[in-house]
Design a protein around this ligand. Structure first.
Ligand code: FES
Ligand code: FE2
Length: 453
């Protein structure tokens, strides 16, 4: 491995030959992981939770974010706060359940008790500390930064970090597109999926942005949908966008190759849902206009906000938080996001779709997990480079890798301690009405071809 602080050649690119490659040791080396902790996870904004997880005063959720224990709790004043899950007294864990409701939070070690707003409100035998004891200075400790964007709460351990909205930059459009699908705001459907993948966290980032694998790896799902008479053969046919959003954030957009609970009917949902889904789509058009409604209903997208939040708006909406456990293991926590106003049976349809594709026992996630674990295992061969050069010679489409290269450039700049990376291949503004016309024509061609077959 290179010496720390050197402009490390972990990522090499040569625009003249159209090559971009990543050294595989960055997925296995403990020293690289230690640099990532210090230079990415201790410096960048990290997703911590969604406001709907703590709807009422006293509600809390705990989790590990960027290797540090934290919890979110809603105060009696309605404000959601983030605190380190470590007692100001001597460090014991305060929240000892993943989620709950409490009028006050009592540390189990010596019974110091805190309000949900973080104040130390009671402790046994306070007189033992003498007259200078300052209760006001012994409250729960908050991470240096905590902000939210449209209900998504993030923390940052670097007091000097830029504001969250500036950090998210162009990625905000993608969060907006999810939140705006609902009238009453989105909520996390209670319950989560948690699993550990024996693979480096960056492999999951790549996988989330990688559309190249969708058809070959997920053929079971596509044949399942086709067997029900649904889906389209458009995926992988050059229709789709790779968006390098800057700052390491990336996304792809593509015509929906399957139904979408938000407002795109597919035989998967049954004939009885047809009229209802058409009405939902009409509602989106009325609220947002034809072009944005088209994006919401008839296209899919995956978003990665650098470094570790994935929001996939496909057969349902899933939010995934990646928590590296070391260089070769990653814990994933996944939630389904749904319009707060969505009633049964629409919610059931969404969750069914969510589990069928994204669930840990669904049609897609086990394929992805198997692929990533096999890459990690393959790294033991000692082959030096992974290739990431698809689409460098052309205007990249979603099955190319411009958006993945954007992630890697930011990563290399952060971990190598270099300046902000150049934004070559940054995607410019998209003319969505032209895209809509193109993709609608593609849908029409696919439908005509299906008719003929
Ligand atoms: S460590 Fe929490 S009260 Fe002592
Ligand atoms: Fe996949």
């Amino acid at each position: 491995m290179e010496q720390r602080g050197e402009p490390a050649r972990w990522v090499e690119e040569d625009p003249t030959t159209g090559t971009f490659r990543v050294r595989r040791s960055v997925m296995t080396d403990g020293a690289v992981w230690r640099l990532e902790r210090e230079r990415i996870f201790a410096r960048r904004w990290l997703f911590a939770g969604h406001e709907s997880e703590v709807p009422s005063p006293g509600d809390y959720v705990r989790r590990t974010v960027g290797t540090r224990p934290i919890f979110l709790v809603r105060g009696a004043d309605g404000v959601v706060r983030a605190f380190y899950n470590a007692c100001p007294h001597r460090g014991a864990t305060i929240c000892r359940q993943d989620a709950g409701q409490a009028r006050s939070l009592q540390c189990f070690y010596h019974s110091w008790t805190f309000s949900p707003e973080g104040a130390l409100i009671a402790l046994p035998d306070e007189e033992g500390y003498g007259p200078n004891f300052d209760r006001g200075a012994m409250g729960l400790v908050a991470p240096p930064r905590h902000e939210s964007y449209r209900g998504f709460h993030f923390v940052c351990y670097d007091p000097a970090s830029e504001p969250l909205a500036a950090f998210l930059g162009n990625a905000r459009d993608y969060l907006d597109l999810v939140v705006d699908q609902s009238v009453a705001g989105v909520r996390v459907v209670p319950g989560s999926q948690r699993y550990v993948i024996n693979a480096n966290w960056k492999l999951l980032v790549e996988n989330d942005l990688d559309s190249y694998h969708a058809v070959p790896l997920h053929k079971t799902y596509f044949s399942y949908v086709a067997g029900l008479g649904g889906g389209t053969a458009m995926h992988g046919r050059g229709m789709g966008l790779a968006r390098n959003l800057g700052g390491g954030h990336g996304a792809f957009d593509a015509p929906a190759p399957y139904g979408r609970p938000v407002a795109r009917w597919d035989p998967l949902f049954g004939d009885e849902a047809r009229a209802e889904i058409a009405a939902l789509r009409a509602g989106l058009v009325a609220r947002h206009g034809e072009v944005k409604a088209f994006r919401m209903a008839d296209t899919i997208r995956n978003l990665v906000t650098y470094p570790s939040l994935l929001v996939n708006d496909g057969v349902a909406v899933t939010v995934r938080l990646l928590e590296p456990l070391g260089p070769d293991a990653t814990e994933v926590t996944a939630w389904a996001l749904a319009p707060a106003e969505e009633p049964e049976p629409r919610l059931a349809r969404r969750l069914d779709s969510f589990l069928t594709f994204y669930g840990p026992g669904g049609f897609a996630t086990p394929d992805d997990v198997e692929a990533l674990e096999s890459c990690q295992a393959g790294f033991a061969a000692g082959i030096e480079w992974s290739d990431m050069s698809r689409g460098m010679h052309r205007t990249p489409v979603h099955t190319d890798e411009a958006h993945i290269r954007g992630f890697w450039r930011q990563w290399a700049a952060d971990v190598g301690g270099g300046p902000e990376p150049d934004q070559s291949e940054a995607s410019g503004p998209v003319d969505w009405s032209t895209v809509m016309a193109d993709w609608q024509a593609g849908f029409a061609r696919a439908a005509a071809a299906a008719e003929r077959a």
